[in-house]
Design a protein around this ligand. Sequence first.
Ligand code: NAD
Length: 522
Amino acid sequence: AAAAYGLSSTATSFPNTHEKLQQAYDTPYFIDNKFVNSSTTQFIDLHDPATNELITRVPQNTDEELKAAVASAQKAFESWKSTSVLHRQQIMFKFVALIRENWDRLAASITLEQGKTFADAKGDVLRGLQVAEAACSAPEMLKGEVLEVAKDMETRTYREPLGVVAAICPFNFPAMIPLWCIPVATITGNTLILKPSERDPGAAMILAELCQKAGFPEGVVNIIHGAHRTVNFILDEPAIKAVSFVGGNKAGEYIFSRGSANGKRVQANLGAKNHAAVLPDCNKNQFLNAVVGAAFGAAGQRCMALSTLVMVGETKDWLPELAERAKTLQVNGGFEEGADLGPVISPQSKERIESLIASAEAEGATILLDGRGYKPAKYPNGNWVAPTIISNVTPNMKCYKEEIFGPVLVCLNVETLDEAIDLINSNEYGNGVAIFTRSGPTAETFRRRIEAGQVGINVPIPVPLPMFSFTGNKKSIAGGGASTFYGKPGINFYTQLKTVTSMWTSADAISKKADVAMPTHS
Ligand code: NAD
């Protein structure tokens, strides 16, 4: 079927998946700068979340294909590691320009496969593009250090690539998360094997085409597909030196332990339950808009979605007004004019979200705004959940303890800032947090005492730009947060230090007797 889209086994372009396809096709994998159809018999069906129509079949690559991708990356590493960083930077400049040129095409693929609105999908691409732009500053960031440690002696450090590295990506940011990895891994001299989410690989496939057009040599970026079997292959393959993972806790904790036990570097960003503390002195209008956007945007399927409100004192009386604003959001197909949020990813996800809402009801919470049962007229078969607000929630309820990952906001009441901080810190996740207040001292107290890794002060989704790093905390990041994505820590993750000590003493100054004591350099 792929041939119907001009895709031969040596094609170097990926089809425009958002154009009305006549028939579903099979997603190819990408090796040696070519799109290749898998010879597998096992496929994962991918449906448009707005219609549940089949779009593509994603292959579970065969073991031979997975091994071939590693062999290709190993071969490419030999020459890629020796290219100058300025050469790699030139390719990155072209990659950046091509992403801008293909911005709408990437976003359309995301809307089709993932469901988020076209405007939101453009943001998904932009936040990844910014990582690629920042990666262009690698010549500065890769500089080593040097010190004259003793007379005639100096020590210097070099940042060297690791070899073949791998990335395992989630469904919710089909462009941004691959772009947390492709630019940083490659500009530092590594070759990369990337496994996009089997639920929406289209944007990663377009990025692969752009890598080829930008001038990355064959094998520097390869894309493989599949679910657990492909993940296990990555974790057990000795030639793969590091693994970057973004996704949920179940997969991430497993990947962190199995990858680490096999001697690999692993960075793993996991799930979240992001709280906002709302103080009575905040700008109420700004708070209402910020929370409606951050709780329901992308149908709540962001790891930094603001899913939990801690209403301090009388701010609980603002909830009806919050519900009024949430009600005005348009839930519709992501390509539709005026759509504010699209469907959730799958029927299973819809069912899980609805059962968590039902559990809150059963446990005594109030369903202030109920988004269950909603269907836009044009898309009766999609996975729809409209904005839902659950109030009078307590920390023992299931809807509070679990990451809902849907357009559902849970609201708890406390009387003081101290209580708000204690409640938030008692939660096992620590990805993002926000406070809404006009008081500097209140914000400062919160900033000092709160345990989440990314804090917004009157900012609802404080995702750091790529000159910083994505610094989740507690159960939201594996390995105690020792390795974080992008920024200087991202460069450090993908490189290892080599430390060289040299001595250039003139022949006359060298003694006739060997010194066997531990050198002290004094
Ligand atoms: P997921 O964990 O289900 O899947 C992520 C990847 O892991 C996919 O490529 C998938 O194929 C693989 N995978 C899934 N289950 C596996 C298993 N049991 N064994 C081996 N591999 C497995 O995550 P998702 O549903 O795609 O994404 C949503 C989750 O990702 C949410 O929990 C969200 O909070 C989290 N997320 C976190 C961040 C962050 O930076 N902290 C960013 C985005 C998403």
